[in-house]
Design a protein around this ligand. Structure first.
Ligand SMILES: Cc1cc2nc3c(=O)[nH]c(=O)nc-3n(C[C@H](O)[C@H](O)[C@H](O)COP(=O)(O)OP(=O)(O)OC[C@H]3O[C@@H](n4cnc5c(N)ncnc54)[C@H](O)[C@@H]3O)c2cc1C
Length: 454
């Protein structure tokens, strides 16, 4: 029986067979249909949608943990939320986390997700030691920076198109408490924002909210958040005397229905932006916050994606190389402001170098061609689906292309194929696809749309 299903942007919505991952071995043997594996559906568009979907979250066991080294061996359906629940009280944290903890390890590897520490610690796959993959011919192989290296390079960021991820070994990081020392800084425009990022480039975590409707001398104004894992010693400075790993459970808010379309418009966004910016009335504030509040403020509102209405929304995330990327950011903000296409959630971040792993044996450096982050500026913007959106996004595409940038596949639901071909190394990817999945058994709607089949 078909199920109606969509990912986080509620666009597109499809009817698909939705099967448990436990049936995958028989399916591979007895049928010739294409399929895709879905994690927790926190990608925004169609990367984990197809006519036949396997729910990867049922394989979610912890297999081993070495408390001396911090190496976790687990199934790919384990979520970051499950890891934190078990390991934060034991003094360990995930090496990289996106802005929601409801993503699986399979999803985190397939999108090579980035976090607020990209400039210091790279993206997720830099901390993945090995992956076990079920290929479409039914064989299970291991890939890592040392073994089946090309498969590893393209699985990281390869959107689940080369094999079913079964298990992985991940390096966790040691923490002394469940708390983050957070400092917020107010920037009155883009120049000040960049100066702040530069001044705090040694902070472990940095991210900014930006008011995308502010123009003129206020263009690019916003709030920079920096954070450090709080040490036991630092907890004392905040007069914190409880268990350092104790985090109070919070009451969650639920958005029970889809908001009507008129609720979100440039006026309400402008008002929200004004209030959010001026809520931070001091230029700089330092606070002790638990990890949930620092990393996952949106997870405390169930179904917040419903505020964009039934038609859903697109998250448009691009990155522009550092050289002249700031000019591009300005052009894009002008375009948004000119068309009154305000976005509630505007996240700005300065990325560091893309992941590169030196190989000791051959002195080669392993790179990850499908991974999204490159050194430069990234902006993530949410736009409700409406009539004028396709044309508007085409304009943004042109600006991104002219600055030699690219879009993030995990957020994509509409990128034109020609644009994709200009910005990602498709030929190389298809070579690897031919080696490991020549019959295109693993195929998402996104892969079909973007021509990622052989
Ligand atoms: C509120 C919010 C904030 C976010 N913030 C960030 C952020 O800061 N940084 C960032 O990088 N991303 C961010 N994201 C995006 C999210 O981290 C990625 O889309 C992630 O891949 C979602 O994982 P998932 O488990 O939900 O996978 P899904 O969305 O279900 O699938 C994503 C991809 O992974 C593949 N996949 C999943 N499991 C397997 C498996 N076992 N085997 C093979 N392929 C598999 C799917 O086929 C698909 O291609 C955010 C998303 C939301 C909703």
């Amino acid at each position: 029986m078909k199920t109606t299903i969509s990912n986080w942007g509620n666009y597109p919505v499809v009817k698909a067979e939705y099967d448990s991952i436990q049936h995958i071995f028989r399916f591979l043997k007895e049928s010739s249909f294409s399929f895709i594996v879905r994690g927790l559906g926190r990608s925004y568009g169609d990367s984990s949608l197809s006519d036949y979907i396997f729910d990867g979250t049922k394989w979610n066991r912890f297999l081993s943990f070495d408390k001396k080294t911090g190496i976790l061996y687990c199934e790919a359906g384990v979520s970051i939320h499950e890891i934190l629940e078990v390991f934060v009280p034991r003094g360990w944290f995930v090496p990289v986390t996106p802005g929601t903890k409801f993503v699986t390890i399979g999803g985190a590897i397939s999108s090579d997700v980035h976090g607020k520490n990209h400039h210091k610690e790279g993206s997720f796959c830099k901390h993945v030691l090995s992956i076990e993959v079920l290929l479409s011919n039914g064989k299970i192989i291991e890939c890592s920076p040392k073994k089946n290296v090309d498969l590893f390079r393209y699985i990281c960021g390869g959107m689940g198109l080369l094999g079913v991820l079964l298990r992985a070994k991940i390096q966790l990081k040691k923490i002394e408490s469940a708390y983050i020392t957070q400092t917020t800084y107010k920037a009155k425009n883009l120049t000040e924002m960049i100066q702040l990022f530069e001044a705090h480039k040694n902070a472990t975590y940095t991210v900014a909210w930006m008011d995308c409707l502010a123009e003129g001398e206020h263009l690019g104004r916003g709030i920079l958040f920096t954070g450090e894992h709080t040490t036991k010693e630092d907890l004392q400075k905040f007069n914190f005397s409880k268990d350092p790993f104790y985090v109070k459970k919070k009451i969650k808010i639920n958005i029970p229905f889809y908001f009507p379309g008129f609720v979100l418009n440039s006026f309400t966004v402008r008002l929200f932006n004004f209030l959010f910016y001026h809520k931070h009335f001091r230029k700089q504030i330092t606070q002790l916050v638990d990890y949930d509040r620092f990393f996952y403020p949106l997870d405390s509102i169930y179904h917040w994606n419903r505020i964009y209405g039934k038609r859903g929304f697109i998250q448009y995330q691009f990155v522009l190389p550092k050289e002249n990327g700031l000019e591009g950011i300005k052009e894009i903000i002008h375009e948004i402001s000119k068309h009154k296409m305000g976005s509630f959630l505007v996240v700005f971040k300065v990325f560091g170098d893309p992941n590169r792993i030196p190989q000791k044996s051959s002195k080669k450096i392993i790179s990850f061609p499908f991974s999204f982050p490159i050194e430069g500026y990234t902006l993530a913007l949410d736009f409700a689906i409406e009539k004028r959106l396709p044309e508007f996004l085409k304009k943004l595409d042109q600006i991104v292309e002219s600055y030699k940038g690219k879009l993030y596949l995990a957020k994509d639901a509409r990128m034109p194929k020609e644009f994709f071909y200009k910005t990602y190394p498709i030929k190389e990817f298809l070579k690897i696809k031919k080696m490991y999945d020549a019959k295109n058994r693993l195929l998402s709607l996104q892969a079909e749309r973007l021509g990622l089949s052989v």
